[in-house]
Design a protein around this ligand. Structure first.
Ligand code: FAD
Length: 402
């Protein structure tokens, strides 16, 4: 049977666009299906680490200048602040800057890079289900599209993930609720009382989740205020997440917090799937839970796992390799060890915070601030701060015509 595409990619976020960009660059016919039309809204703090900049260069061929011109880059700073119960714990500066992007523009740039390599974007098309054995996506209007491989990159509420026989309770237990709002600066109701140029991380306040944290980031139109926390913890304590968030806004000095319209989105938070493949289907990004378990960084890991899934599919199509085994191998050498150690670190830190307050965290961060900042940026591993270089396959290089 003639397939409609060599590879279908469900979802054109960072994971899907990364996969489509790599595969189209190798000359494969790629259909990139998204239920939204681009640019589309996306709830996100928009913080990019240095390793994300490297991923953008390697996967998409995009530079910082491209981000500034078309990818929504609006601010960068090496500075950061940690706060405990609303009080400043420590202030530092990393060797490299944290960059802040507006997600709609950023995601549109990544999708356009995949199109420039030859992928076909199918916007406004919702995936209803996936048949992993046949490599078929059925869309909401009943259309069936077929391919040799399907990459499921359709985010935390993934429709393609339903084809996998996963432990749904374990998945839910590792989901964090996340709420984020962007507020204008001002003294009135629903306004943020000060301008924000330095990213802030908040821990330990009664209105910051126990297994999670709060943030205040520079935003393109005003400060972005958010929290995330494991749902199971808050639900166990009978706490309503929206109320927790409103309490957090009050702690930060926002008047009229009860009237602020809230927006939330689930965040995989330590529930990366052990087996993200079945038949012709490989899951990447949030769809497979590939978000780093301590800080909740997802943009880098979605681009990285999208590229890894594409590399695995390239090896299957070009050399007859087993795509799932290739993908698992790449994940085992890159993402998995980082997540294992960041997860360990988070439970140690959260437990210390609950038992002893902020002092151990202050001591921990002050003991090696430069190395810890490098750990966040990617130059060092979560595994005992060993020096780290990310592994990328040769397949990221586009094939030259002829
Ligand atoms: C509040 C919040 C703040 C965050 N802040 C940061 C941050 O500052 N830095 C960071 O690195 N990470 C952050 N993250 C995590 C980050 O946003 C995600 O990890 C990242 O967007 C995952 O990329 P993705 O491509 O896997 O999925 P997504 O970006 O969610 O893209 C999925 C795409 O699939 C499409 N789709 C979904 N369902 C279907 C369907 N059925 N059919 C067709 N298309 C479909 C969607 O329209 C979407 O375009 C944050 C997350 C949240 C919730």
């Amino acid at each position: 049977m003639v397939k409609d595409y060599d590879v279908l990619v469900a979802g054109a976020g960072p994971a899907g666009s990364a996969a489509a960009c790599v595969l189209a660059g190798r000359g494969f016919r790629v259909g990139l299906v998204d239920r939204a039309a681009y640019p589309r809204p996306k709830l996100c703090g928009g913080l990019l680490t240095a390793k994300s900049m490297e991923a953008l260069r390697r996967i998409f061929g995009l530079s910082e200048a491209d981000l500034a011109a078309r990818g929504g880059l609006f601010h960068q700073t090496p500075d950061y602040v940690f706060l405990h119960r609303g009080r400043e714990l420590l202030r530092g500066a990393a060797a490299e800057p944290f960059r802040f992007i507006d997600r709609p523009a950023f995601d549109a740039l990544l999708a356009s890079a995949a199109l420039a390599r030859g992928a076909e974007l199918l916007p406004g098309r919702e995936v209803a289900s996936c048949d992993p054995e046949r490599g078929v996506l059925t869309l909401g209007d009943g259309t069936r599209l077929s391919a040799s491989f399907v990459i499921g990159a359709d985010g935390a509420n993934s429709a393609t993930r339903r084809a996998l026989n996963i432990d749904r309770e374990a998945w839910k237990a590792g989901l964090a609720a996340a709420i984020e709002v962007e507020l204008p600066v001002g003294r009135g109701p629903g306004e943020f009382p000060r301008a924000v140029r330095t990213p802030e991380l908040h821990v330990g306040a009664p209105d910051v989740p126990a297994a999670g944290y709060g943030w205040v980031f520079p935003g393109p139109r005003g400060p972005k205020v958010g929290i995330c926390g494991l749902r199971r913890n808050e639900a166990r304590q009978g706490r309503d997440f929206a109320e927790i968030f409103r309490g957090y806004l009050r702690l930060l000095g926002v008047q009229g917090a009860e009237g602020v319209p809230l927006r939330g989105h689930p965040l995989p938070y330590g529930n990366a799937l052990a087996r993200p493949c079945l038949g012709r289907l490989l899951l990447a990004g949030d769809a497979a839970g590939f978000v780093e378990p301590l800080f909740g960084e997802g943009i880098f890991y979605s681009m990285a796992t999208g590229a890894h899934a594409a590399t695995a599919v390239c090896r299957a199509l070009e050399q007859g390799a087993d795509a799932a085994a290739q993908y698992e191998g790449l994940l085992a050498r890159t993402v998995r060890p980082e997540f294992l150690w960041s997860d360990r670190l988070r439970w140690v830190l959260f437990a210390a915070l609950q038992r002893f307050g902020a002092l151990p965290i202050k001591g921990f961060v002050k003991s090696a601030p430069a190395a810890l900042a490098q750990m966040v940026h990617g130059g060092r591993s979560f595994r005992l701060l060993a020096s780290k270089r990310w592994e990328w396959g040769d397949e990221l290089e586009p094939k030259r015509p002829g």
